[in-house]
Design a protein around this ligand. Sequence first.
Ligand code: UD1
Ligand code: CA
Length: 524
Amino acid sequence: MSPTPPAAVMILAAGAGTRMRSTTPKVLHRIAGRTLLHHALVAAAELDPGRIAVVVRHERDAVVAHIGAVAPGALIADQDEVPGTGSAVRCGLSVLDATAVAAAVAADGAGEHHLDTEVSGPVVVTSGDVPLVDGALLGALVEAHHDGGNAVTVLTAEVPDAGGYGRIVRDSSGAVLRIVEHKDATDAERAIREINAGIYVFDAAHLRDALARLTADNAQGELYLTDVLALAREAGGRVGAMVAPDAAAVEGVNDRVQLAAAGASLNRRIVEGWMRAGVTVVDPATTWIDADASLSQDATVLPGTQLQGVTRIGAGATVGPDTTLTDVEVGEGATVTRTHGSDSRIGAGATVGPFTFLRPGTVLGEKGKIGAYVETKNATIGAHSKVPHLSYVGDATVGEHSNVGAGTIFVNYDGVSKSRSDVGDHVRIGSDNTLIAPVHIGDGAYTGAGAIIRHDVPAGALALNSVPQQVVEGWVERRRPGTPSAAAARAAQDGATPGALSSGAQEERAAADAQITAQDKGEA
Ligand code: UD1
Ligand code: CA
């Protein structure tokens, strides 16, 4: 947070962003789980400004709806028909001034006397498409503005290819004179490597005065915000510049190649931040952590892992490899291996995976287990309970210390509606059970292997409904003569192990194998 909060931050987001070639407005594209505009709003909020205003125009309704969702306190300024960044800031400033008047009137009504009927002091202007510009960088610019006693302070960068950008024109003493846009620049000016990053701090009074004097007398016929620098100088104001320490961080996103590059570099910054905070990341290049995710000390992230949304990883937990978690809470010391999960909570010391699908509403208790090839949804599985293998648990509650046998399916859907089932504590569900919801299984109950449970099972009972096993002796040799199975059966009856067949049995099996092979070839 900046020690000198600015009066306001204005975020320009009215441009069309045509180079994205997208039906989604540029500022609503996402990296690290947030839109480009959301990153700018977060950076703005870190300055603790009096107000934040966003200037909108292209796809205005979609952009405004998003601002309402992520930064409901931000003001919306609709840019008028006049093109250019100067016009955008003029619209933004008039909304900020109108809000200052409204606040003054309200304070007056409350018996206070405010003379401010327009914004005064430093106003930061930034852009909705510079997601790597964080609060610390904006704060440093505000400090430079303050320390220099400036009317305008512009953020600049030294880049190898300055094509397209506005250039910073300095005099022989190094003082900033003005900014010249690429299209208006002479060859000598185009040779300048120091570019305008499009991020500024203005003194509100100087800004208001200069905006009123802008003209569209330039190559693009637009009102250029950049002309404010020369106008402020003419009016006797100081103009300063701060060179960004990392040029790549101030580069805006204009197309999807730059979107991916910005996403990768923001991810690197986030992953390195967690490593410095005490998290082990085995392979930073294949680890993707969203801005809203968090990890605790001594968590370990194995390669190929994505932690999305507000995912939280507890102390000492291990996640990955090849795991994607979205809005998942992983408890202390838990292990989550090769898992795809969302909107779920995993208790401390629990284990999940490999090859596990946690759908929304899964809650696993402390030291519980959801194992290989298990899918869960709206399922609460209590502490120390296990669903180890090949199951589907949907719309169900399982108590504590219970075990759900391999291959068990909670049948929650009858084709029309869904119902919940619940299983008590210390229950043993046999393998390959089908539990047809709604069904209640009492504490300490057992069910037999392969049971189809349609009715409630009282506490402590054993539920069975499998059919008695029928054995038809000698069926294979009679009905499948000449097959390897028949040969193996004969050999077993002769008392020989399959590995040591009598010579007669070996010949019989070889003949049978040849016949099967011939059949297979004929059919192929
Ligand atoms: C602008 C600067 C240029 C600087 C560059 C940095 C001007 C005249 N030029 O260039 O010196 O090097 O940024 O990226 O300011 N926007 C609006 N309304 C508009 C036009 C733009 O809100 O009418 C917004 C865009 O959405 C974007 C920002 O302003 O967020 C910059 O616009 P863009 O067109 O990318 O920049 P340039 O005008 O090319
Ligand atoms: Ca432009």
